[in-house]
Design a protein around this ligand. Structure first.
Ligand SMILES: [Fe+2]
Length: 175
């Protein structure tokens, strides 16, 4: 089965709809971080980068006009749950392998424990750790990382680079 690429994932209308809210810059940067960390941790770069690209697609009503109350948002936040379902639906629509879709969905679900009544600490798998760490590396106080700008054409260019790297280094159909 041919690999579903990051560029294909990015260009899908579902991704375009939801990534605008949490920021393309953050999504692409976290995917780049995830590739580096995946190499070090010896986990699937395909899974790590897809999970990273989609990890925040569950954010909703993410206003850019400065009126949004970040603390209030965090209190009611279930973006990881929404994101996990959206990422799964998106990948299945793209014809992704169902096990890949499930692993990505779980990595999205567990990329943060800020909405859970307990901490995940050492309970994450290596893949889930990579995604959480890749995200943490780009985080800024007050959620400012969601407001950094990136042109969609620049995002596609950078994702092409990642796709080429993943294809070259280690893509295995069996994950
Ligand atoms: Fe994030």
């Amino acid at each position: 089965m041919a690999r579903v690429t990051l560029v294909e994932v990015f260009n899908h209308r579902i991704t375009q709809k939801y990534l605008q809210r949490s920021g393309i810059h953050h999504a692409v940067t976290v995917a780049e971080n995830a590739l580096q960390l995946a190499v070090k941790a010896d986990v699937s770069q395909d899974l790590a980068t897809k999970s990273a690209l989609l990890h925040d697609m569950g954010h909703y009503e993410w206003y850019r006009d400065g009126k949004w109350d970040y603390e209030e948002y965090r209190k009611h936040d279930i973006h990881a749950i929404k994101g996990a379902e959206r990422a799964h639906k998106l990948l299945i629509r793209l014809g992704e392998d169902r096990l890949v879709a499930k692993k990505v969905s779980l990595a999205v679900l567990l990329h943060t424990d800020s909405y859970l009544p307990f901490e995940l600490n050492d309970k994450r798998t290596d893949l889930q750790d990579v995604v959480a760490e890749a995200d943490a590396l780009d985080e800024q106080p007050g959620g400012k990382h969601h407001y950094k700008e990136m042109d969609p054409s620049e995002a596609v260019r950078r994702l092409h680079v990642l796709d080429a790297e993943i294809g070259r280094i280690s893509y295995k159909a069996d994950h």
